[in-house]
Design a protein around this ligand. Structure first.
Ligand SMILES: *Cc1c(COP(=O)(O)O)cnc(C)c1O
Length: 441
């Protein structure tokens, strides 16, 4: 039997000719994958008792096997202690969110005082915009990426209107160059320079949900600061997908959800980052009792005294039952480590890209990957356009137990996630894709 060495990240990154594309080689790579054991820790949906090929972890991550029992334990504590669970539960509810600080900080590259788990994503975006979208004179504009996620657009537009301004005039959406699908960093930086003292805020996704493009957050932040603007990021598609260094990059604020790559279940708790240098500044905020200094919170005084960390942005007490699952999921991330996940991710996505390119080369299939081919400009997701028959191919994939998704107007999104997807998944996907295109192997 031929031995297929585990392909180094560089092999795929240079992307190149596939070393060997057989079921046997894919299985050997899985056997050599140091993160191989994690797949077993997830519940993968099945069709006729066979696990489906699940490439929609960018939309809703899979359920960790241990999540159910953890929820059950929390229910037991509630039954046993009633209100006293705030202090006597195994993980007291009073300080429940503190369980996640260290793990979350390691995932987004933050100091402990800079992160908090609270609310949900769009709610956090609103709360952070209250503090960080601060207009002054002609400095009123928000620059955002091409095709931002609709919820973010609604949040930005309604915040602008809340300031008594016109969203059409104040929200500026970057456009790619003629004939291009993604944005060039140099163009983003030039646009920030051009908007100059009219720019209040740059608000980008870390990774765009549609194209899968990862933005150069450090460069964008530095340029925003150079013109006197603030830089914030929606990390829905970046958290748990790529290693981040929010503190070192000097990002002003960020928010994310935990149900996509972070596998914490539908509608689970959101995350927020506020850079250290803003923690003691007297920023405007919409306050609530859970943001009040812990030592005196239960004195129930009339005056708000914020906790001097990101926790000061909390408004309500922690949604413990959905946060339980995040505890399990986060522990898996801490154990796997973002660096190892990223190394595997570059390989898996490079493998998928090579398979798609191979089908094009051999069969002139006309598949277009609009996600950048440079691994530094993407996470694990590939967005594919199949001119003229995208929806048909999408439907056929779905019928054949491949879970991918369709995003209007014409993209099939596929995310082989390193936590639980395998090289075998990607190999089998390639075989099914050929079938869906009417190509024999
Ligand atoms: C998934 C996603 C959302 C969803 O917002 P919720 O408040 O969690 O419902 C918002 N913005 C982006 C960029 C997303 O990818």
């Amino acid at each position: 039997m031929a031995v297929h060495a585990f392909p180094g990240a560089a092999t795929f990154a240079a992307h190149m000719i596939l070393p060997a594309n057989t079921l046997e080689s894919a299985r050997q790579w899985d056997a050599q994958d140091p993160l191989n054991g994690f797949r077993e820790q997830f519940l993968i949906p099945t069709v006729k008792q066979t696990p489906i090929i699940y490439f929609t972890g960018n939309s809703l991550g899979l359920q960790p096997r241990d999540a159910g029992a953890a929820v059950e334990r929390e229910m037991e504590d509630w039954a046993r202690f009633g209100v006293e669970g705030h202090f006597h539960a195994r993980h007291p509810w009073f300080s429940y969110h503190e369980r996640f600080t260290a793990g979350e900080a390691s995932i987004v590259g933050a100091r402990l005082e800079e992160v908090v788990l609270m609310n949900q994503l769009t709610s956090n975006l609103h709360f952070l915009l209250v503090s960080f979208y601060r207009t002054k004179g002609k400095r009123v504009k928000i620059l955002t990426e091409h095709r931002p996620f609709p919820s973010d657009v609604y949040a930005m537009a309604s915040q602008i209107a809340f300031h008594g301004l016109d969203p059409k005039a104040c929200m500026v959406e970057m456009q790619p160059r003629e004939g291009e699908q993604t944005l060039r960093t140099e163009d983003i930086l030039a646009k920030i320079g051009e908007l100059g003292d009219e720019l209040a805020l740059v608000l980008f996704g870390g990774v765009n949900y549609y194209t899968g493009q990862a933005f150069h957050m450090e460069a964008i932040t530095a340029k925003a600061h150079a013109v006197g603007a603030v830089a914030g990021f929606d990390l829905a598609h970046a958290a748990g997908n790529m290693p981040l260094r929010l503190h070192d990059w000097e990002v002003d604020f960020a928010c994310w959800c935990t149900y996509k790559y972070l596998n914490s279940g539908p509608g689970s708790v959101g995350g927020a980052f506020i850079h250290e240098r803003h923690l003691k500044a007297d920023l405007p905020r919409f306050a609530g009792w859970w943001g009040h200094d812990k030592k005196t919170r239960f004195q129930m005084g009339p005056e708000f005294k914020p906790t001097p960390t990101a926790e000061g942005w909390q408004v309500s007490n922690a949604p413990v039952l959905n946060m339980v699952v995040h505890g399990i999921a986060l522990a898996q991330f801490v154990q796997a480590g973002m660096e190892r996940l990223r190394a595997k991710s570059i390989q898996l996505t490079g493998y998928m890209e090579a398979i798609i390119n191979g089908i094009n080369d051999k069969h002139l299939a006309g598949l277009q990957i609009i996600t950048p081919s440079d691994p530094d400009q993407r996470g694990c997701q590939l967005s594919m356009v199949v001119p003229g028959k995208g929806k048909t191919v999408y439907n056929r994939l779905t019928e054949r137990a491949v879970s991918v998704d369709w995003r209007e107007p014409n993209v099939i999104r596929m995310a082989p996630v390193p936590m639980y997807n395998s090289f075998e998944d990607v190999f089998r996907f390639g075989q099914v894709l050929k079938e869906c295109l009417g190509i024999g192997s």
